[in-house]
Design a protein around this ligand. Structure first.
Ligand SMILES: [Ca+2]
Ligand SMILES: [Ca+2]
Length: 246
């Protein structure tokens, strides 16, 4: 009886040991994620005839285990920085509040377009690249502001994207996993001309408070026209080649 219990206990311990070694970041896979703005300048025309271009803000690449590190659909913004990300394109506060959090393994800010010397949004034709490390079981959440909105952001489903499938690193185009969300923090105006939107607001965090919940933008005013993410953005992921696999 005792020895049977002991063997069960040993099995449990070995199980934990296996998990711990899978978590050892020296065995981690490096992934490069590329986020490209595939729109053209002046691609959009507002109801008043104004032509406008779409840009995407700096954002975060979060590697996590926690099921919903940034937001929960149908719930109010948690007040941990998603608002500044979604309204002002500023991921700094969200990065700070997530770092070291439960289930969060790493938080990486991307803010400098490829070829640029200083942080800024990605305008039509430009791209960000960000590198992360992960082990099987890890998930990825990206957050990026839709620059011509009051509080819209691109991210996958709240649980993020599984970075491994059957133990194998994912690779290729993951744009179809990106969704446009409304953070529920600022009342929507018509994209491209709203006076309280990122490019035109007098100061960060300017605009009428919405007191709403995080929703798929397809379900909010003005949102339906912008929910086909693959028509404006291309997101790809490339795991680094394993040594000797050349
Ligand atoms: Ca809103
Ligand atoms: Ca605003």
């Amino acid at each position: 009886m005792f020895s049977k219990l002991l063997s069960v206990a040993t099995g449990v311990l070995l199980g934990f040991a296996a998990v711990a070694s899978a978590d050892d970041m020296s065995h981690a896979t490096k992934f490069t994620i590329r986020i490209e703005n595939i729109t053209k300048p002046d691609a959009f025309t507002a109801s008043n005839g104004t032509k406008w271009s779409l840009a995407f803000s700096p954002g975060l690449a979060i590697v996590h285990k926690d099921k919903a590190p940034v937001f929960s659909v149908g719930k109010k913004d948690r007040g941990q920085g998603l608002e500044a990300q979604a309204e002002d394109g500023d991921p700094g506060m969200l990065a700070k509040s997530l770092e070291g959090g439960k289930g969060v393994k790493s938080v990486t800010v991307f803010n400098t377009p490829i070829g640029a010397k200083a942080p800024g949004p990605i305008t039509p034709g430009s791209a960000y690249e960000v590198t992360i490390s992960a082990v099987p079981g890890d998930r990825l959440t990206l957050t990026i502001m839709m620059g011509q909105s009051n509080d819209w952001f691109y991210a996958p489903v709240e649980a993020g994207i599984a970075l491994f499938k059957d133990g194998k690193a994912i690779s290729g185009d993951i744009t179809s996993q990106m969704i446009l969300w409304d953070a529920g923090t600022e009342v929507n105006q018509e994209p491209g001309i709203g006076p309280d939107q990122g490019p035109r607001q007098k100061a960060p965090n300017t605009g009428e408070a919405e007191n709403g919940v995080v929703k798929n933008a397809k379900d909010v005013q003005y949102g339906a026209a912008y929910t086909k993410v693959s028509s404006v953005m291309k997101v790809t992921i490339a795991p680094a080649m394993m040594p000797g696999a050349m």
